[in-house]
Design a protein around this ligand. Structure first.
Ligand code: ADP
Ligand code: MG
Length: 717
């Protein structure tokens, strides 16, 4: 049994039990709901296990691996006066209740005043039960924890966690674990459930003592026990910061499981087989000859890697990374040419219609003169056109198919799909790629080339894409002049308009990107329309066009075509131009509210200029005042033109979670390890994964079973 009485804690409403560190605040149960839930103990047990299951806690191992999210230091009580001096930090105080009142203004709340020898403090509860009011009878002794702030009536803690104690009640001697939990599951309940799982558990280490010694890691059992119940002498700092050897072991295991499962998924795909596309034939050669430039060394290198993969009888799974403007499209088109040379179809999928269209126009212009039938397929095609495209895809007439995710709809049947190219792969969901993979000949999957212009630093790539080969184009085509970037206060808009005018008079072209307004597409559209009107009024002698996501595809195409033919000089755009637009004569880019964009997005946008010989400028307008991080981020943009460098710095500022956005498969897999700070562990895990997959299937199975349970189904195959 735990030393403390859990019933004391569970008097706290759920909103408080998990308030700290929890992202969402749930509505507390009403007192009446609470009463009815105690009616039948059997149904309550099943309710609790349902709730636990929703937290992913079913088996004993699930409980063991439900490691503390953080720890609370309840080992000290501060005098109220001293605690007040530390304002803002987490403190624990103890005192006698002077008064407890329910107030109704500005809203119903319970105000408890306590005092110790040094002073008084207020405990404020915005959600509470009637029973709590009784608990806080005058003279009762309460120990409360939370952030002590200076309120209206002196120091106060809003929603403290607390317990009623007797005078001189002993303090815990070790850190108290705090678990991720959900409404209706109190911390004490979770602690008890975990303690009993620990008691029942059979401890088997998935790694042998010899291996552990070689890796410098400690045992699984000892680590798990320590993390749930840190002994008083454990180093608190390293526990809180997760450097402790026990954490190291858990992180290592987690990373190992992730590497094993990604690599095993890769092996499974390999076993499925693919048609070899060995021939670099007439089309490929003719295509290279017609290009007005020669490939860069970096393009040659990645092309060789792709060609090598395409010769194999198992599917290529390659991620092609390259900065904006590094020339990925041509490499993709050459890969497609090789598939076609071998009598197969190739498909290219892009995340937006505009991008797909750009690819289509560009690649069709390259390949159609060489006799290749290129077909365009998106969701917005007229029914008749869609049917016609589908028929050509099915009968094999279409050799290269370019489009949006309409390509993966079930109704689209390919005659002989050999290669799938996915541009901006990070924007597609995992499942979408999976569907496309099912479109090859029976028993086979097509070769896959993923392209990304959001460069992923090496550590991340190693971990998140352990199942992919990675090629990098690390050089830009010659003759590019770096884009000069300036960060400018929005208030100086008039000066910016003067520069736009000057550029237009010199025959150059300008993009004006409107602010990203995530919460409202309508508002974003409105802003773009207003900006267009404002610029048109200010510059009557300049031809100004507007493009945004609500335009019909044909309208959009017309606007883009006018701009690339220099019929219009300024293009006011919402973020739809982010990717793929290629107008070399454009040399000035204005981005409004640059502080709202992600760095890689800004870099993408900026990549739309600097494509021709003219020196290009990017003006990042911001709304002052700028916060510290926002200032730093814009400074990164000003100082660097290198997408990899920017990505690395962005990662330092934001951390990997935000940086990667949601990559479902990867995210589900890493709860404890931090890709940045745990890099040495990542490398060890990677090496061991390779070794185990080669010669220790029993350990692989045991380790995956322990760590993944049934989560592996989330991984793409
Ligand atoms: P991204 O990698 O951003 O997709 P693109 O494939 O759109 O880049 O290429 C950017 C521009 O560079 C295009 O206009 C393309 O025709 C041109 N380009 C690509 N490769 C070369 C090269 N080796 N030499 C000169 N220009 C090139
Ligand atoms: Mg591109």
């Amino acid at each position: 049994m735990a030393a403390e009485d859990p019933s004391v804690h569970s008097a706290t409403p759920p909103a408080q039990a998990n308030a700290a560190g929890q992202r969402q605040r749930k509505k507390p149960q009403t007192p009446s709901a609470r009463k009815t839930s105690t009616a039948s103990s059997a149904s309550q047990t099943s309710k609790i296990s349902d709730k636990l299951a929703r937290l992913g806690l079913r088996t004993d191992m699930d409980f063991l691996l439900h490691l503390p999210m953080r720890y609370e230091d309840e080992t000290q009580v501060l005098g109220i006066r001293e605690a007040a001096l530390r304002g803002g930090s987490q403190v624990q105080i103890e005192g006698k209740v002077l008064s407890a009142d329910v107030q109704y203004r500005p809203r119903r709340q319970l105000i408890v005043t306590i005092a110790d020898d040094s002073g008084q403090a207020t405990l404020r509860f915005l959600n509470f039960y009637g029973s709590q009011l009784k608990q806080f009878s005058a003279g009762a002794r309460v120990r409360a924890r939370g952030e002590l702030r200076h309120g209206f009536a002196g120091p106060e803690i809003v929603h403290p966690s607390y317990k009623m104690v007797t005078q001189g009640a002993p303090l815990p001697t070790a850190l108290t674990p705090v678990y991720h939990t959900a409404e209706g599951i109190s911390q004490p309940l979770l602690r008890k459930a975990i303690a009993s799982a620990i008691m029942r558990s059979e401890w088997r280490d998935t790694l042998s003592p010899a291996r552990l010694a070689a890796l410098g890691l400690q045992g699984f059992e000892a680590s798990v026990r320590l993390l749930h119940n840190p002994p008083p002498e454990a180093d608190q700092y390293s526990l809180l910061e997760r450097h402790h050897p026990a954490w190291q072991r858990m992180k290592f295991d987690e990373l190992l499981a992730q590497q094993l499962s990604l690599k095993r998924a890769q092996q499974t795909r390999r076993r499925q087989g693919a048609s070899a596309l060995p021939l670099v034939g007439e089309l490929s050669n003719a295509f290279l000859l017609t290009l007005p430039f020669s490939l860069t060394r970096a393009q040659e290198k990645v092309l060789a890697e792709i060609r090598h993969d395409l010769r194999q009888t198992f599917p290529m799974q390659r991620l092609l990374q390259g900065d904006v403007g590094s020339g990925k499209t041509i490499v993709a088109a050459l890969a497609a040419a090789q598939a076609i040379d071998n009598g197969f179809q190739a498909a290219l999928m892009a995340p937006t219609e505009i991008l797909a269209e750009q690819h289509f126009r560009k690649i069709a212009a390259w390949l159609e003169p060489l006799g290749i039938r290129t077909v365009w397929l998106t969701g917005s095609l007229k029914k008749k056109d869609k049917e016609q495209a589908s028929a050509q895809i099915a009968n094999g007439e279409a050799q290269l198919i370019i489009g949006t995710h309409a390509l993966i709809q079930d109704s689209v049947q390919f005659k002989k799909l050999g290669l799938v190219i996915v541009d901006e792969q990070h924007r597609f969901g995992v499942g979408q790629r999976l569907n496309l993979a099912n479109k090859a000949e029976a028993g086979k999957i097509p070769h896959q080339l993923m392209m990304s212009a959001t460069p992923i630093p090496r550590t991340l790539a190693m971990t998140y894409f352990a199942d992919l080969e990675v090629s990098v184009i690390d050089e830009l085509p010659p003759g590019r002049t770096p884009v000069l970037t300036r960060v400018i206060d929005q208030q100086r808009r008039d000066e910016v308009i003067v520069r736009v005018h000057a550029a237009a008079l010199e025959g150059r072209q300008v993009y004006w990107v409107c602010p990203l307004i995530e919460e409202s597409e309508a508002l974003q559209l409105q802003t773009a329309t207003d900006t267009h009107a404002m610029l048109s009024a200010a510059l009557p002698d300049v031809r100004i066009a507007l493009v945004h996501g609500r335009l019909k595809p044909a309208q959009k195409q017309a606007v883009m075509e006018d701009f690339s033919r220099q019929q219009t000089q300024v293009l006011v755009a919402t973020t739809v131009i982010e990717v793929g637009v290629d107008v070399p004569n454009a040399s000035l880019m204005v981005i409004e509210h640059a502080e709202r964009f992600g760095l890689s997005q800004l870099h993408q946008l900026r990549g739309r200029v600097g494509r021709g010989a003219a020196a290009s400028i990017c003006l990042l307008l911001y709304q002052s005042p700028l916060g510290g991080t926002a200032r730093q981020r814009l400074a990164i943009m000003r100082e660097s033109n290198d997408g990899f460098d920017i990505a690395r710095k962005d990662l330092e500022l934001r951390g990997p979670g935000e940086f990667l956005g949601a990559r479902q498969s990867g995210e589900a897999l890493l709860r404890f390890a931090d890709l940045e700070t745990d890099q040495p562990l990542v490398e060890k895990a990677r090496n061991l994964a390779e070794e185990l997959l080669r010669d220790d299937p029993v350990t692989v199975a045991a380790h995956l079973h322990r760590w993944m349970g049934n989560k592996e189904e989330f991984l793409r195959v």
